[in-house]
Design a protein around this ligand. Structure first.
Ligand code: GLC
Length: 484
């Protein structure tokens, strides 16, 4: 049996702010259990719902040296089994008492997750789980490979442990001044040089992970290429080029048990590929009624389900929205994020109450209903490491309109009217008129070539974006690393 430990800052169903949580929560379930014992370790945030926390089992606690602090710091360990996977939670109330996993104070978050990284390595010998591979996700767990090469380098417990760093989003790196890092980590001076943690005269957690991990992955093949160039590289493209022999992309899957229109209790009407057309219309009418939009199954319903941040291409939407929302179109947005985008969508809802509906909150229930009701899902992202929304949309027979970047490019096949192929619409450049062109083209297919549209819906629903093939790729990588 090979032991794999996932270390991350979020994981469905315990705590989620974005797609990272979906991946960390679902991938372990799809890794072959005869060969791999995959467990997951997370911070024990107080914002994890009580229905889970009340059932966590206390394992033990101890005090750990943390950076240059004079006294030891409390590390508690909780354990919980869910869907056949064992989860560990690192308890320290001072760091993880919160309503939301991240704060607006970067320095503080770095202190919290640096603690998490060190605590993970301190905990494993105590509970006796010796991983063959520690699989780290994003900057919050990126110091684990660094500590494995310093503080824990001579610890025999880790003598054969390897590490993987998976980039879900290169934009977030965990950067603060070197003095603070030295205080938090007690790492040796030689690690704070430009070939290691140093970054624009500060220190960078993700960079440390990318330097010291045995292997690097990211969540689509195209993003794995893009980040080697300055535009997508977030100033780490040189390092990623240097490590390109140890870098690959494996596209994310989605949990087909959670996202299944034939068995989704949140929908007004469940459906399969056979009755998608009529049942999606029912879902649309019911949702229109619930949201206070005119009830009419012939309206073209465009959806956005997204964190409302720069990454998501919302300025293109702002530029084109007046021309998107003609009298036959309804636009439904679900998401929260930056104030300016929340206000922008609220403004258009006020201006076009019968065409725009902006739901500025995170609602899983409404999101599922919208996946089922909408005709298209708009994702004009500036960059998109993988994107899960388009995969869910495809499964629900909702045609994606995407910009050709990262995972969007790898998972949506553009419609070709001449040979009748494709699962969605796409455009290449980050340009509002190009996006509008793709939307208008989709409208013309929807209204004027409905039979072709319906075939496209079917092709999308039949495409396989379960974890099946990607989980096999992770297994192959794990085995290869364990045996090298
Ligand atoms: C991040 C990326 C998104 C990706 C997700 C899971 O949220 O922005 O593209 O799908 O991580 O890997």
């Amino acid at each position: 049996m090979n032991n794999i430990l996932f270390a991350a800052s979020e994981c469905v169903p315990f705590v989620k702010t974005g797609g990272l949580a979906d991946v960390v929560g679902s991938l372990p379930q799809y890794i072959n259990k005869d060969e791999f014992d995959v467990r997951v370790i997370l911070p024990y945030y107080t914002c994890i719902p009580a229905k889970f926390r009340d059932n966590f089992k206390y394992v033990t606690h101890f005090y750990m040296d943390y950076g240059l602090r004079p006294d030891g710091v409390h590390v508690g360990i909780m354990e919980y089994e869910y869907n056949g996977i064992k989860f560990y939670f690192v308890d320290n109330e001072y760091y993880f008492k919160c309503d939301y996993p991240y704060t607006s104070d970067t320095k503080w978050d770095i202190e919290r997750f640096t603690f998490f990284c060190k605590a993970v390595l301190a905990i494993l010998p105590v509970i006796g789980f010796r991983p063959d591979i520690i699989h780290c996700h994003d900057w919050q767990s990126a110091l684990i490979p660094v500590f494995m090469h310093s503080t824990f380098a001579t610890n025999p417990f880790y003598s054969s442990t390897k590490s993987i760093m998976t980039i879900h989003n290169l934009k977030f790196q965990g950067i603060w001044d070197i003095e603070t890092f030295k205080y938090n980590t007690a790492l040796p001076d030689y690690m704070f040089t430009s070939d290691k943690l140093e970054f624009n005269r500060a220190a960078n957690m993700l960079k440390g992970g990318l330097v010291y991990a045995d292997y690097i992955t990211t969540v689509s093949e195209t993003y794995a290429e893009e980040i080697k160039y300055p535009f997508f590289g977030e100033q780490l493209d040189g390092l990623l080029r240097a490590r390109s022999a140890s870098l690959r992309g494996i596209v994310n899957g989605i949990d087909y048990n959670v996202f299944d229109p034939s068995n989704d209790k949140k929908l007004y009407a469940k459906y399969t590929v056979k009755d998608a057309k009529s049942k999606k219309a029912v879902n649309k009418e019911k949702l229109q009624a619930e949201l206070g939009l005119p009830v009419d199954r012939n309206k073209y319903m465009i959806a956005i389900i997204s964190r409302l941040t720069d990454q998501k291409g919302l300025d293109l939407v702002n530029y084109a929205i007046e021309r998107i929302c003609d009298e036959n179109t309804q636009f439904v947005i679900i998401g929260t994020g930056e104030q300016r985008y929340e206000n922008m969508f609220k403004h258009y809802q006020w201006k076009y109450p019968d065409r725009v509906c902006a739901i500025i909150k995170y609602s899983d229930d409404l999101a599922h209903k919208l996946y089922a009701a909408a005709d298209t899902m708009l994702m004009p992202s500036l960059f998109e490491p993988c994107g899960l929304t388009q995969l869910i949309a495809l499964r629900y027979g909702t045609v994606p309109i995407v910009r050709e970047t990262g995972g969007l490019k790898d998972t949506v096949v553009p419609y070709n009217e001449f040979d009748g192929t494709g699962t969605g619409f796409s455009f290449a450049n980050y340009n509002g008129d190009e996006m509008l062109g793709a939307i208008n083209y989709s409208k013309s297919v929807y209204y004027d070539h409905r039979a072709e549209w319906d075939k496209m819906v079917k092709r999308g629903m039949e495409a396989d974006f379960s974890w099946n093939s990607s989980a096999r790729q992770y297994e192959g990588m794990y085995s290869w690393m364990i045996n090298w």
